[in-house]
Ligand binder design. Structure first.
Ligand SMILES: Nc1ncnc2c1ncn2[C@@H]1O[C@H](COP(=O)(O)OP(=O)(O)O)[C@@H](O)[C@H]1O
Ligand SMILES: [Mg+2]
Length: 267
């Protein structure tokens, strides 16, 4: 197998694996979420019962009961219980979102659907939230809520590749990434800017070629794929310098795409 074929094979296997894992996780998340709802009802009932105990006690026992409650930090527990369950439910919701996004991403057949670029970008940022969290600030300026005919998984992939590159370009001390979308009527633009070192002008023409990388463990596939996806959506992708943040600025133009074909399969 030559290099592109090897890569395609590996991606196909990864896609299958991801769908399997996402399916498996989905079931677990389903019962975690539904059990949490039941746990909240049970704990509310228990708290109410314990609060009524005192009214059933003879006066001489009430003081001891109150001392027992204080020793067990009852007030703190009742306050914290609701928070804990709420946070866990929010965690389960987030997991469900991530798994849903992974399933879309790993979809083997690149079928088109009506979808907004903003939704694809949101999905991409959810998938990358962990990588970005402790390193940088991600500014969202999303203003393209009109649905286009897109291959959702491909536009998500494109956004992931660009944002991931931006994350990787930032120094360990952190920085800023800005994601902007704009609807210009017949086309939508997506811009990813960062405060990293930028792409040197002499490299700009080459980075969209496959296997061009400056990273020790890079594959050089991310931008080539993004370029193909933009083209298959009747658009293009260019790079220059972010006037605001000083680092790289990748600008993607997308047209609603009846022209969206499975060109990424060719990689
Ligand atoms: N945001 C960015 N800032 C600086 N350089 C970048 C940025 N994005 C891409 N590049 C350059 O483009 C090259 C190709 O990127 P890509 O195709 O995603 O492959 P890889 O990330 O595996 O290196 C990178 O190795 C890097 O030199
Ligand atoms: Mg990359």
């Amino acid at each position: 197998m030559n290099r592109p074929e090897l890569h395609r094979d590996k991606m196909a296997q990864l896609g299958e694996l991801t769908v399997g894992i996402a399916h498996e996780l989905n079931n677990s998340i389903g019962y975690v979420a539904s059990n949490l709802g039941t746990l909240r009802r049970y704990s509310d009932a228990l708290v109410r019962l314990i609060q009524r105990v005192e009214t059933h006690l003879p006066p001489e026992a009430r003081e001891r009961w109150q001392a027992d409650l204080a020793a067990a930090r009852w007030e703190y527990i009742t306050a914290d219980l609701g928070d804990l369950i709420g946070e866990t439910q929010a965690g389960a919701d987030h997991l469900r979102q991530v798994v849903g996004d992974l399933k879309v991403l790993a979809r083997a057949s690149p079928s088109t659907e009506g979808c907004t670029v903003d939704a694809c970008v949101e999905g991409a940022l959810t998938v990358l939230a962990h990588q970005a969290k402790h390193l940088c600030q991600v500014e969202r300026r999303l203003a393209a809520p009109r649905a286009l005919v897109l291959v959702r998984s491909q536009i998500m992939q494109l956004a992931i590749n660009l944002v991931l590159n931006a994350i990787q370009a930032l120094p360990t001390t952190g920085g800023t990434i800005r994601v902007t979308t704009r609807d210009n009527g017949d086309l939508v633009t997506l811009m990813i800017e960062d405060s990293g070192p930028g792409v040197p002008p002499e490299l700009r023409a080459r980075i969209f070629e496959a296997y061009v990388t400056t990273k020790a463990t890079g594959t050089g596939v991310g931008l080539a794929l993004a370029d193909q996806i933009a083209k298959s959506h009747g658009g293009s992708i260019t790079v220059d310098r972010s006037p605001d943040l000083g680092g790289a600025r990748f600008s993607v133009v997308l047209r609603g795409a009846n022209s969206a074909r499975s060109t990424t399969q060719a990689m």
